[in-house]
Every structure is written in C-alpha cells, then in structure tokens.
Write a protein of this length. Structure first.
Length: 455
C-alpha cells in the first residue's frame, strides 16, 4: 500500500506553504490509490497548542484534503520513542551527554571563530553516562547519498553531520527521532515536505540505517516566495488558509493556484482537482522556488467561480451569508441569482454583498453616489411612470423602457442607467440593471425608485 503523509507541527495555523505541502502529499496518495496520513507532530510541548491543532484540522477540512489515517498525535507515542531511544543506547548507537549549555556555547563560539562548522565535539561520547540529553552517535565516516525525487542526487559527508540530540533533558524525544520512528511505523513510502527540511534528511537517513529500517523516498518541495523575492511569511498579508475562506476564495481555486506553485503542465492554468490528480508528477516539480502572487490567486478564484456549479457555489456561500447576516427568501430563486452573479464576482464575499439587494430592503443610499446620481430627478420620474405601466417584467422589456426614456428625454444611457442602478442596489454595486431589476421584482424595484425620487 502506497502511503504519504502530512506532518505539521501545531505551532500556528495552516499557512499557504503547509497547505501546498499537504496538497501535494494528498495528490500523490490519490494518484497511487494509496493512503494519505495526517500526523500532528506535537512533541515540542512548549510550542504546540490545541488552538493550532484545531486551526490546522479546520484548514485541512476546508480544503477538502480528506485523510485515510489520523489525525495521529505524536504525544500518544512517547513510549514507543522511549523504547527506540533505549534500543539505540543499548546498541551504543546513542549516548547520554551532560555537557552544560555554557560549555556548548563556548565550544560553538570557538569553532565558529576558527571558521569551522559548529558541531558537538563528542566530549561525552565514551563516558558511559546515564543522565542528560541523548545524542545519536552519527557515523564518523562515509557519505550519505540520496536521490531526492524533486531535487535529484544529494550527498553529504558524515563529517559534516553532528551527533544530534534525539532526547531532551526531560526525556522528550526530538523531531528527527520521532519523524523517523513514525514514518517507519506508519509505513510511509514517500516523504513529501518543504525543502527547509532537506538538511535534516541525511541525519534521518543515518537513523533509519542505525535502526536497520528500509528507507522511504524523499521529495523536497521548493520554497514559496512573496512577490518581493523573500520567503513567504506573515508580512505578505493573509497567510492562514482560513483567511482565504473568509476573504471569499473557493477551496478548489486556492488548491488550483497552490498546485501551480512549482508544478506546471504545458500552458494550462485552470485544472479541476481530478485533473490535477491525473496529470501531476512529482518529478515535474520545479527545483527553483515559486512566487506567490495575490492577484494571480484572485484571477484563479474568479475563473473558478465562473466555471463552478451553482450547487458548489451555494454550499460555499452558506458561511458568507451567515457571516453577513443575509437570509435567502423564496423569491427571487437563489439559483438564478447565483448563476447571474457568478459571471461577475471575483470572490464569494463579493457575491454575498451583491446578493443582499435581492433579499434585503434598505432605507438609504450610498451618500456620495446619491448626491451625484439623484440630483436630477426627471429621468427617475419618467422611468417610474413607464415601468409602472410595464406588464411583462422581464430584462429585455425593462431594457427597452430604459432606452425609451433616454430617447424621450434625449439623454445618454448613463443618465438613466446609473441612477436606476443605485436605486436598485443602494450602493451602486449591480451589474446589468435590466437583469437585476427583473430579479428584484417589479414591486420592490418600483418602491426603490420612489425612495430614490424622495431622497
Ligand atoms: N513537523 C514538521 C514541520 O511542521 C514537518 C516534518 C516533516 O514533514 O518531516 O515542519
């Protein structure tokens, strides 16, 4: 059984980089008809929080990255890690170290001054101690070589590697140990993660070897940069995946865009999730870093909204309608309204805002626009009279009436259209006034016109 995993540390929300890593690991599993595992790496008790766990689960859930196993928590597996650490100690592949922080600091400074790599000097290696931190006795010779699926062949001299700490003073195991034990025990075949971990991989490979375990494959994803060329971070604006939901993005638009950060397939930009699963290959991922661009993401969102089914839009809209306190009524039919709005709205926030005029009455207009468009009441009065007489309340007929008024008064379309638009919407945010008027309905449209005339 092929298995991939996403293994976040719950020290913050699910951010764009994490979401892409999770998505690529998820795609890979789907592609192989394998399994996708979600593992919460929470052994760093000081930095891990339940709020972060919840935020990560919520993000994964919103993106629709369903997992077959998990969420598994490393804190449930302390006994297993202890057992492995003891095993390494027994085999003399690990040892206790009692070096003080002060000694290590002095050592580090000395080595750095000499222009050498700041590595532990092995002071406690042969002391046979029984307390302190536990260090892995990294091989002192030879080379670690691995073939990264994305980055290609990578080799590191063991002399470069430290005797890394695998258990802290308080007995809690560290990341490099737990990740190896878990990936082995959970039978993970491929480790897909950000390339910020690439320096950990040789250390982990040595651990696999010391434990006599079969090696998984590794695929390290290139970094995501902000448009200023610096690694994407909070400085670049909305980073949490849920902030994108709040801003009106569709999860599949975000995923589509994330897939394009590092992966490409000809010139095609828009893919359905199924298409991505079909076409995606890890080996086609760029080695170089990718740039995150908000405007591009917005474009993906607009296109995805346009091509989305009304049903999908409605299910994603629910949260926004609740958030904005909008209650949908029987008329106009919400499906017709959404079908109309999907061609003009870039975000669901946008869509929810525009939905309001169909279902909510208002008692005033945008001040600035009203001053501008309601100054001359004559076009509005004419329009009201003509529309009152209109029997067939359909967009085409409404449009004819507007044209007719323009003709009679010998004025341009804007002189009638703009005030009408503001009257119908309250804030001027309406597209085709004829369609909007049809959907708002005759009664309401006329009432709003009267209100505009009285303004
Ligand atoms: N827990 C690590 C992190 O959040 C990821 C570990 C891994 O994927 O190997 O950065």
């Amino acid at each position: 059984m092929m298995k991939s995993r996403f293994a976040p540390s719950p020290t913050g929300y699910l951010h764009i980089g994490g979401a892409r890593t999770a998505f690529f690991a998820w795609i890979w599993a789907k592609k192989q008809h394998g399994k996708f595992v979600l593992r919460i790496e929470n052994t760093d008790l000081e930095r891990s929080t339940q709020a972060s766990v919840d935020a990560i689960l919520q993000g994964i859930d919103w993106l629709g990255l369903n997992y077959d196993e998990g969420p598994l928590y490393q804190t449930d597996r302390f006994n297993r890690y202890k057992q492995i650490i003891q095993h390494l100690l027994d085999e003399k592949k690990a040892y206790y170290c009692e070096c003080s922080k002060k000694r290590l600091k002095i050592l580090r400074e000395k080595l750095t001054k000499q222009g050498k790599k700041a590595k532990y000097d092995g002071c406690c290696r042969d002391k046979n101690l029984h307390n302190g931190v536990v260090r892995f006795n990294n091989p002192k010779e030879g080379v670690v070589v691995f073939n990264d699926v994305v980055k290609g062949k990578i080799s590191i001299n063991n002399q470069e590697l430290d005797d890394l700490i695998i258990a802290r003073n308080d007995n809690t195991p560290t990341y490099n140990l737990t990740v190896v034990v878990d990936d082995h025990d959970m039978k993970i075949n491929i480790i897909i993660r950000g390339d910020d971990h690439i320096n950990n991989t040789p250390k982990q490979i040595n651990l696999y070897q010391a434990l006599g375990w079969h090696l998984p494959e590794f695929a390290h994803l290139p970094m995501i940069l902000g448009n200023d060329g610096i690694r994407l971070s909070k400085r670049h604006g909305a980073m949490s995946v849920m902030a994108y939901r709040d801003a009106g993005f569709l999860p599949e638009a975000l995923l589509n865009y994330l897939s394009r950060l590092g992966w490409s397939y000809g010139n095609q930009e828009i893919f359905s999730i199924n298409e991505i699963v079909k076409l995606f290959e890890l080996k086609n991922i760029n080695k170089a870093s990718a740039s995150f661009n908000q405007d591009k993401l917005l474009w993906f969102n607009k296109e995805t909204i346009k091509s989305s089914s009304v049903k999908n839009l409605l299910s994603n809209l629910t949260w926004h309608l609740q958030n904005q306190g909008i209650t949908i009524k029987d008329t106009p039919n919400i499906e017709i309204v959404v079908r109309y709005l999907q061609n003009r709205c870039k975000t669901l926030v946008n869509m929810a805002c525009e939905l309001k005029m169909f279902y909510q009455d208002f008692d005033t207009f945008d001040e600035k626009l009203a001053k501008k468009f309601f100054k001359d009441k004559i076009p509005l009065k004419h329009l009201l009279v003509e529309l009152e007489m209109l029997n067939t309340w359909k967009a085409d007929n409404i449009k004819e009436v507007v044209k007719q008024v323009c003709f009679e008064l010998n004025i341009g379309f804007g002189r009638v259209g703009e005030p009408f638009r503001l009257a119908l919407s309250g804030d001027g945010n309406a597209g085709g006034i004829d369609i909007v008027a049809e959907l708002v309905g005759k009664n309401k449209a006329l009432l709003r016109l009267k209100m505009a005339i009285d303004f």
